[in-house]
Write a protein of this length. Structure first.
Length: 567
């Protein structure tokens, strides 16, 4: 269709019997009072859904309604309209039809927006109607900053010339610093990382180039490559932002700083390390507005979740979450703390570093440089009359013994430990020098976990497992292996062509039952391991991963990848 005519949204919805006259009048009164757009008022008052409004407009205009969640967006077509125009006019180019572009608009009644988009595209427009929520999500996914980052890197290289010495201390106090190429480059990198849902940014100098990679859903992806000459300038600027020593290039350093990206507060943990061709920088991005996941949303099986909830309500004892770095241990512990966080409980955390800020909880960050160690802070924390204590990690014998003693004397203690599975955790505590009676009396529950990537719903399709995957699934699921429908994601714009969006937990649980307590008190590690193995039974990490594949939540390949970490 061509240029739409001016229409009145309220009248259309009443005509199509989606809205009553009295609802329209109430919405118009609210619009006059608040000044908000009428469509948004309808939705906020609960009269109608956003999708119903979009479909009603499409029917009135004789246009198609397109669900962007099911639409395979082509990035080369989307880029025909600059991002600033796309956001301003809530429009997205969906298809090149030769003589015209198919353009999805959230508000097709905005004739000025229609005219401006047509002017920018310099071609006829065929209009489609989309919801604003999905449109904005599609814009965030589609307009990646790869070309912009490459351009800013070249601009920085041109500014540096052949010199590798820059006085960044002076630059930090220079007016107009926000226009400096290095600052614009980093700002764009952070914006792109946020849009791509990256958890980490890796800035790595190579022999002749600087590579920037993002870790998304646990997997590294190349973002861009630039001339290696700009690496010192980028690293020095990050050091200034973190308050690190810019003259020290031979020793690793750790720091942190806060930034705002499109109104979202991001806490950045930074680590530098000297390498052969310069200093490598890794930054962990922690959103301060994303909120803490509840226990219901971490993906734990119902039976395990019920047991965990029962145990954390006890007045004393220790709960350990185990797994490698990046397996979601902190998320699980914070979810448990969030459930316990009431005015009736005093909660203290001892962490390195404090990853998330929780209101109502006393959080302490350790600092080894001034001998503010886990053990020292934990002993002080116990004099603060806490009900619940979280210790970031059981790193050494003294911390383990102090934590176990606290669990024996009326405190609920949460912590993490680096073991491969739940089975070996009591043995690991004994190896670290913990007395047998303390482990037997204090330890209540061990949770081992990993994270698997979740199949993108937008591009998921049925997929027959390969022979090797089928055999692995058979070893875990037995005769039921062929009664399930397995899936994978073919890749789309919604998931950056990875086939996955987000991750969920894979869990294994070991409860210190009476037989296990008795086995722990015996000087026989084989008996302890056999008793623990018997208690866990088939409810292992591998089995949970296989069940997720059978349910279509993840792929057999991904389940096997996570399980291979256990071997």
């Amino acid at each position: 269709m061509g240029r739409p005519e001016k229409i009145r949204l309220g009248e259309i919805l009443v005509q199509q019997k989606l809205l009553r006259e009295e609802q329209l009048k109430a919405a118009l009164d609210e619009q006059q009072r608040t000044g908000r757009r009428l469509g948004r008022v309808f939705i906020e008052l609960g009269f109608i859904s956003e999708e119903q409004i979009s479909k009603a407009l499409a029917r009135q205009l004789g246009a198609d309604f397109i669900d962007l969640r099911q639409y395979n967006i082509r990035l080369d077509v989307v880029s025909k309209l600059p991002e600033t125009q796309a956001r301003r006019h809530r429009a997205l180019v969906l298809e090149d039809r030769g003589g015209a572009y198919l353009v999805g608009m959230a508000d097709p009644t905005d004739l000025n927006a229609y005219d401006d988009v047509a002017r920018v595209l310099k071609r006829e427009i065929e209009l489609a109607v989309v919801t604003e929520t999905e449109l904005l999500r599609a814009i965030d996914r589609s307009y990646r900053r790869t070309e912009e980052i490459s351009g800013l890197a070249q601009e920085l290289q041109a500014e540096l010339g052949d010199s590798s010495a820059i006085d960044f201390a002076a630059l930090a106090t220079t007016p107009g610093l926000e226009e400096a190429p290095v600052v614009k480059l980093l700002q764009t990198v952070f914006e792109d990382a946020t849009q791509a849902r990256a958890s980490d940014i890796h800035i790595e100098p190579q022999e002749r180039r600087l590579q920037i990679r993002f870790r998304i859903d646990g997997v590294l992806h190349m973002q861009t490559e630039a001339d290696g000459k700009i690496a010192p300038a980028v690293v020095l600027r990050l050091k200034l932002m973190s308050g690190l020593d810019i003259s020290e290039k031979r020793m690793p350093q750790d720091g942190r700083f806060n930034i705002k990206v499109r109104g979202t507060a991001i806490d950045v943990r930074l680590s530098t390390m000297p390498t052969q061709y310069g200093e490598s920088v890794v930054m962990r991005l922690l959103s301060q507005t994303g909120g803490i996941l509840s226990l219901d949303k971490i993906g734990m099986p119902a039976s395990m979740l019920a047991k965990l909830r029962e145990v954390i309500q006890r007045p004393s004892g220790m709960v350990l979450v185990t797994g490698p770095t990046g397996s979601g241990k902190t998320t699980t512990l914070y979810a448990a703390l969030s459930e316990l966080n009431t005015p009736a409980r005093k909660i203290i955390t001892v962490e390195d570093p404090v990853e998330y800020r929780l209101p109502g909880i006393n959080q302490v960050q350790v600092n080894d440089k001034i001998e503010l160690t886990f053990d020292r802070v934990l002993r002080s924390a116990l004099r603060q009359d806490p009900d619940v204590v979280l210790v970031g990690e059981m790193r050494d014998e003294r911390t383990v013994e102090t934590g176990l003693r606290a669990a024996m004397t009326g405190h609920m203690v949460f912590s993490t430990l680096h073991t491969n599975d739940a089975l070996g955790t009591p043995v690991r505590l004994l190896d670290m020098g913990a007395p047998r009676y303390m482990v037997a009396l204090s330890l209540q529950l061990v949770i081992a976990q990993r994270l698997v990537r979740v199949i993108c719903d937008n591009c998921a399709q049925d997929h027959a497992p390969l022979p090797g995957e089928h055999e692995w699934l058979r070893s875990e699921l037995g005769a039921e292996v062929d009664s399930h429908i397995y899936r994978h994601g073919r890749g789309c714009s919604y998931c950056n062509n990875t086939g996955f969006v987000g991750r969920t937990g894979v869990y294994e649980m070991l409860e210190m039952t009476r037989p296990l307590v008795e086995a722990t008190n015996q000087d026989d590690l084989r008996l302890l391991m056999n008793t623990a193995r018997e208690q866990i039974g088939r409810a292992t990490l591998r089995h949970h991963a296989a069940l997720l594949a059978a349910a279509g939540s993840t792929t057999p390949e991904e389940a096997m990848r996570v399980s291979s970490q256990l071997e």
